[in-house]
Design a protein. Structure first.
Length: 390
């Protein structure tokens, strides 16, 4: 039976390596740096890439191959490559595909380290970036130049949970012959598949919801095989490969991703509904709340609303700090997508080095709080947020 004909949950569980002579039910770990050859001809043919086989774990490893294959099956991608971290995936993907003189058009609201790549490091290599307002996608074509090569966005965005219309981005990228890259970290392959809407490549920080338990780091890029080939060759020579152990953990994590995501989203919606009517909350953003500005777009392209809730506390930065100090159950952490609920106040922590004007440009207000809703009893999470707000 072809895996293409199986449900996503089945693909996550039944896509696996061939069993060894021991006929193990659970896939073993392949903790080896290299692999041996049968003879000189086997070694020559392997390095000439005349046969598919493992040579060195910086290039490929059975555990990383299984993890990548699962993500490809779930995202509907042709091929992929796994990385040590999500940012290794972002950097290597862009570095492999861009040349000096190229131009990127990106959504204004992107992960902080991605923004740093675009504004501090890529300009050193004569690669420029223009940002479009995530709330004005109709302006995207105004930023496209003759040397534009990549259109990039996160959806939902971090940390303000804005939604980009992936179908619109796909049409624009096709019209202008651009490579459309979507960071799908907040949604995961279970909630959203950007390739269906025209994305050429999809990036995940597997550290987040894919692992789901705050244990290991990892990243992966999947999509068109010709583009992945370039990314593979770049990464083979620069060495950002995912470790076999982390790949084994992440592959196992995918087996429970659907049931975990269902519960995450169920809890997050209840948290969002509670916050929407709290007197000390000015506004709430959650993709599946009808009050979300892009609610209709979210319902069109997402199966569920995700586990991230963003809300505005009345009183600005000082209220945000006091809120964090009063949290008792939830964790104060820079991570997200964990079994444990996590709260972050971007203006005083992750984005504190930006000016107020720069923060507002990417929807980070002084009182914005991001909640990564976990798998605890949801009323306990609500009670913790309630006492901290009051």
């Amino acid at each position: 039976m072809s895996n293409q004909n199986l449900g996503l949950e089945t693909q996550a569980i039944r896509t696996q390596l061939d069993r060894t002579q021991y006929l193990e039910h659970s896939v073993p770990l392949y903790l080896t740096s290299s692999f041996i050859f049968e003879d000189a001809e086997d070694m020559r043919a392997s390095f000439a890439e005349e046969k598919e086989r493992n040579i060195y774990s910086r290039f490929s490893n059975p555990n990383t191959s299984e993890f990548v294959e699962k993500i490809c099956q779930m995202e509907g991608a042709e091929d992929g490559y796994a990385f040590a971290t999500g940012m290794a995936a972002v950097y290597s993907t862009f570095a492999a595909l861009l040349n000096s003189g190229d131009h990127i058009v990106s959504a204004s609201s992107v992960f902080g380290s991605t923004h740093t790549l675009f504004t501090k490091y890529f300009p050193k290599w004569n690669i420029a970036t223009s940002y479009f307002d995530v709330n004005q996608p109709e302006t995207i074509e105004n930023f496209i130049q003759p040397n534009t090569k990549i259109l990039y966005a996160e959806s939902p965005t971090n940390p303000a949970v804005d939604i980009l219309d992936l179908e619109l981005l796909g049409k624009i990228a096709k019209k202008h012959n651009l490579i459309l890259i979507i960071d799908n970290c907040f949604a995961t392959p279970y909630i959203q598949n950007p390739i269906q809407f025209g994305a050429d490549l999809v990036i995940h920080s597997a550290t987040k919801l894919i692992d789901g338990q705050g244990r290991v780091l990892g990243g992966v890029t999947v999509g068109r095989s010709d583009l992945i080939r370039e990314i593979y060759l770049f990464s083979r020579n620069t060495g950002p490969a995912l470790s076999p152990f982390n790949a084994w953990v992440l592959s196992k994590s995918l087996e429970t991703l659907p049931v975990r995501i269902e519960k995450h989203c169920e809890n997050a919606l209840k948290v969002a509904e509670f916050l929407e009517f709290h007197p000390n909350v000015a506004s709430v953003k959650y993709p599946f709340l009808k009050s979300h500005p892009q609610y209709d777009v979210a319902k069109k392209q997402m199966k569920l609303g995700g586990n991230i809730v963003a809300f505005e506390i009345k009183g600005g930065i000082e209220s945000g700090r006091k809120f964090l100090d009063k949290i008792k159950l939830c964790s104060l952490s820079a991570n997200l997508g964990d079994t444990r609920s996590i709260v972050t106040h971007p203006a005083s922590t992750t984005h504190s080095k930006l000016t107020e004007e720069e923060r507002l440009a990417v929807s980070i207000t002084d009182g914005l709080v991001r909640v990564s809703v976990g798998l605890e009893t949801v009323q306990d999470v609500i009670n913790d947020l309630k006492q901290a707000l009051e």
